[in-house]
Design a protein around this ligand. Structure first.
Ligand code: C2E
Ligand code: MG
Ligand code: MG
Ligand code: MG
Length: 287
């Protein structure tokens, strides 16, 4: 059908590519509406953080990953996979990213007086545009100072794709933040293109095994080999390692035997709204 429209357009105007495709128009309209909604949502503060537990061994809670959701007034809670790409294309990710950062720092501060929660780290996802901004280090420092959050409770998750260009700039920014006590994890590890020489130079604390390897770790020998290799690599670089997307006890056990000690995934808990997470944490201690 698109071919036909293209053909007609060519016929009518030779090189003028002004063909009309009703399906395409719907997509464009939906996107435009979503973008307008998204801008408004930032102003109206319609975002929320959910918290997914990170576990050492089988029950020891060590921290959470903060994952943003859009509490859209008419639609159901919208997952980040639906709006992060849009936020990145429009540049609005910088505004959203700052909101996430400040909100996570506020939570660190709130938990700081509760003996049950004060030791937890909160991991925050950082997008490429945020990291590349000239004032990124200042933004993080400001978020920490303004909220009086303990920097050692804040972990920033970077992805490999983010590290490919401007490596030197990234390293300098990481060092400035590490000097304050902030730590770094390399998210979705194994799916990107980071060379081992970068890995050695980056002041990282943790590698996070991507869930695509964990998913079939029991059935696909290649995934099992990759998981083992990442664990060994982390070990030899003196980094800690966490597996994401752990959904079953057998996956956890496989990873444990391979030398992985920290996990995140539905097997332990889905990402939860604050009150539910706190409830989860209390039950965790009680058992
Ligand atoms: P991510 O940082 O790799 O986060 C892990 C994703 O895996 C989350 O999806 C989480 O809900 C999901 N997950 C956790 N355990 C399991 C499991 O056992 N099985 C499966 N199949 N999935 C699991 P979510 O919350 O939809 O977030 C998707 C992505 O959106 C994140 O991937 C991250 O890249 C991005 N994202 C989320 N919040 C933020 C944010 O505040 N800022 C930025 N820049 N990106 C964010
Ligand atoms: Mg992440
Ligand atoms: Mg990930
Ligand atoms: Mg991911």
């Amino acid at each position: 059908q698109a071919d036909l429209a293209m053909y007609k357009a060519k016929e009518s105007g030779r090189n003028a590519l002004s063909f009309f495709d009703p399906e395409m128009e719907t997509v464009v309209l939906q996107r435009t509406a979503l973008e307008a909604d998204f801008r408004a949502a930032l102003e109206k503060n319609q975002f929320v953080l959910h918290y997914q537990p990170q576990i050492v061994g089988s029950t020891h809670l060590i921290g959470v990953e903060a994952l943003v959701r859009w509490a859209h007034p008419v639609r159901q809670l919208i997952a980040p996979t639906e709006f992060i790409p849009l936020a990145e294309e429009t540049g609005l990710i910088k505004t959203l990213g700052l909101w996430v950062l400040v909100s996570a720092c506020q939570q660190i501060k709130r938990w700081s007086t509760d003996p049950q929660f004060c030791k937890l780290t909160i991991a925050v996802n950082v997008s490429a545009q945020q990291l590349r901004a000239r004032n990124f280090v200042e933004q993080v420092k400001h978020a920490l100072l303004a909220t009086q959050a303990d920097p050692t409770r804040l972990k920033l998750e970077l992805t490999e794709s983010l590290l490919v260009d401007n490596v030197q700039d990234t390293i300098e920014k990481m060092h400035s933040l590490k000097a304050m006590g902030v730590s770094f994890s390399l998210d979705d590890f194994g799916t990107g293109y980071s060379s081992l020489s970068y890995l050695k130079r980056l002041p990282l604390d943790q590698l996070k095994i991507d869930k695509s390897f964990v998913c079939d770790v029991l059935s696909d020998p290649n995934d099992a080999a990759i998981a083992r290799t990442i664990i060994a690599l982390a070990d030899s670089l003196a980094l800690n390692v966490i597996a994401e997307g752990v959904e079953t006890e057998m996956q956890r056990d496989f990873l444990a035997h391979a030398g992985c000690h920290a996990y995140q995934g539905y097997y332990f808990s889905r990402p939860l709204p604050l009150a539910e997470f706190e409830e989860y944490a209390r039950l965790q201690v009680a058992r």
